[in-house]
Write a protein that binds this ligand. Structure first.
Ligand code: 4AD
Ligand code: MG
Length: 517
């Protein structure tokens, strides 16, 4: 190498370095601009789970509050937490900032930094703000979006906005989690999910509380010469209803696939305006071939325990919020009516303790020995052959056994035609799971697999054999003992969230005189 050469090289290198660094900066700034325009939004849940201090992020969500002309609280639904965006008021156009009001949808780009303020670990130092959707303050005034505590019945009237509240955000995230966990539980156990029909000609529960489905012109319903409605000219050529249960169809599936479950909407036109009844609710119905009522109870118990554990393990933040909420509600009640356990403790308790199993006959004896019975505190009488009322069920669960109770072997006349008749010919192999604060959460039974007994029960319960020939047929071709149950999904969500009115755990409740949204 000669000296000239190195000098040239050196000169060249300097020039190259200069041009390279200049183009580098240029390219970087072009990239930065492109990145800014095409930046992908990050969910607040992801930012909080893995905060990378110093990273540039874009979040999009709805403004919960804009305080002191400096702090914007934003929630995007991915978590109960808001992320705080911090800005210098003077750095932005005032007209734009005036549109950053509670309820407005905005996008914020900025740097994620550790927060010095109380109440949050991280915050965003705002570089730019985009108004995505305005919320007129005068409209917000009339809604649930005002930042204050609202009554749940007021929120129910604003079903389109109540999702924006912390309470309902938490409830519906947990509702989703439970739905996922249900499919997971059964899939892992080798069950097949069966989609049973929503429109059906049969009344599985025999309660006759069904919604009719028709496409007749209601002002001009065809009648036969006898003056009766002529269903043969209706859409399906016969009267049909919205289903009250997928069980009968699920039995057909189980008697070939072995283990199936349904998870679908069910409809009941019972006019009971209570905090535990809906006209449209979701039910999970597993059905297992070669199984009896004991195995059925084992399955129900492990299923309910699994669901409680799942919520505890996967929704700590939402649960912490609801636990606190539930605790405040409890404090409002007279001391006598307060729950001795907090929401999370109740879930842990169910997950970790065995359920009490007793027969209906034993339950009657326990109740007749109880203080409220002796002191005539029960409103309804307790006697063998009389149905258990919710005051009796609550006593057994909350006072006597202080844990979930499974009551088995009810008198046959209380229950549906398909339940298996016991040897005593008086009771059936039924089982109801009762939960604290909820009452009946699961109802199920072993099924009557003996054709002659089933036919007799059809006659006793006025079930027309001709209508359900397809169900009876399963008992002709390799009938086997089988069992199943139904879990009321909303009652499970109530238990998992501590909500005390069933209307507050379903996005759009359907109850008598109420189908607004
Ligand atoms: O006890 P039920 O009526 O049982 C059945 O429908 C059976 N076919 C189930 C089966 O064996 N496959 O209802 C089952 C559960 C109840 O325990 C309750 O949790 C819930 O469904 N449920 C309701 N939930 C909300 N609103 C209503 N109107 C309900 N009726 C029943
Ligand atoms: Mg029942």
């Amino acid at each position: 190498m000669n000296g000239n050469g190195s000098c040239y090289v050196a000169r060249d290198v300097t020039l190259e370095k200069w041009t390279a660094s200049y183009s580098y900066v240029l390219i970087l700034s072009i990239f930065a601009e492109i990145k800014k325009r095409h930046m992908k939004r990050t969910k607040i849940s992801e930012i909080l789970a893995h905060p990378e201090e110093g990273s540039k992020v874009l979040i999009q969500g709805w403004v919960r509050a804009f305080r002191s002309k400096r702090f914007i609280q934003i929630n995007d639904g991915s978590t109960i937490h808001t992320l705080q965006a911090v800005l210098d008021y003077e750095d932005f156009e005032e007209a734009m900032l005036k549109r950053v009001t509670t309820g407005a949808a905005i996008g914020v780009t900025g740097t994620l930094v550790a927060s010095e303020g109380k109440g949050q670990s991280h915050e965003i130092q705002v570089e730019s703000i985009e108004i995505i959707g305005d919320a007129a303050p005068e409209e917000v005034q009339k809604t649930v979006m005002q930042p204050k505590k609202h009554k749940l019945d007021f929120l129910r009237e604003q079903a389109h906005l109540r999702f924006r509240t912390n309470t309902f955000g938490a409830v519906f995230r947990i509702r989703h989690g439970l739905s996922y966990a249900i499919h997971h539980f059964f899939h892992e156990k080798g069950f097949y999910n069966l989609h049973t029909p929503i429109i059906t000609g049969s009344d599985a529960e025999g309660a006759g509380e069904m919604f009719r489905v028709t496409n007749f012109d209601l002002n001009n319903i065809p009648k036969n010469p006898e003056g009766e409605i002529d269903f043969s000219s209706d859409f399906f050529g016969k009267p049909v209803n919205l289903t009250v249960s997928g069980q009968l169809e699920a039995e057909l599936g189980a008697l070939a696939l072995g283990q199936v479950y349904t998870f679908g909407p069910t409809f009941r036109a019972e006019n009971s305006n209570t905090s535990r009844h809906l006209a449209e609710f979701w039910m999970i119905e597993p059905e297992v071939a070669f199984s009896d009522n004991d195995e059925n109870m084992d399955l129900a118990e492990s299923f309910l325990k699994y669901l409680c554990s799942f919520v505890l393990n996967n929704y700590p933040d939402d649960l912490a919020f609801l636990d606190d909420r539930d605790n405040k509600e409890q404090q409002q009640k007279p001391a006598k009516e307060r729950d001795s356990m907090r929401l999370k403790e109740r879930l842990e308790f169910v997950a970790n303790n065995d359920f009490k199993r007793i027969t209906y006959t034993e339950a009657i004896e326990v109740l007749q020995r109880s203080k409220p019975y002796k002191k005539k505190k029960f409103k309804y009488d307790v006697a063998w052959g009389k149905d258990l009322q919710s005051e009796h069920e609550r006593y057994l669960v909350e006072k006597e056994f202080k844990r979930p109770v499974i009551i088995t072997d009810y008198p046959a006349s209380f229950k549906a035609f398909y339940m298996r008749q016991n040897e005593d010919d008086e009771t059936v192999a039924a089982m109801d799971v009762l939960f604290p604060g909820i009452g009946e959460i699961v109802g199920g039974s072993q099924r009557e697999e003996r054709m002659d007994v089933l036919k007799r029960k059809c006659a006793d319960f006025s079930v027309d054999e001709k209508e359900i020939w397809w169900y009876l047929d399963t008992r002709k071709f390799g009938t086997v003992p089988h069992a199943g149950f139904g879990l009321g999904f909303e009652r499970m969500v109530m238990f998992a969230t501590g909500m005390t009115n069933i209307r507050d755990v379903i996005p759009f409740p359907r109850t008598p005189l109420n189908a607004e949204f």
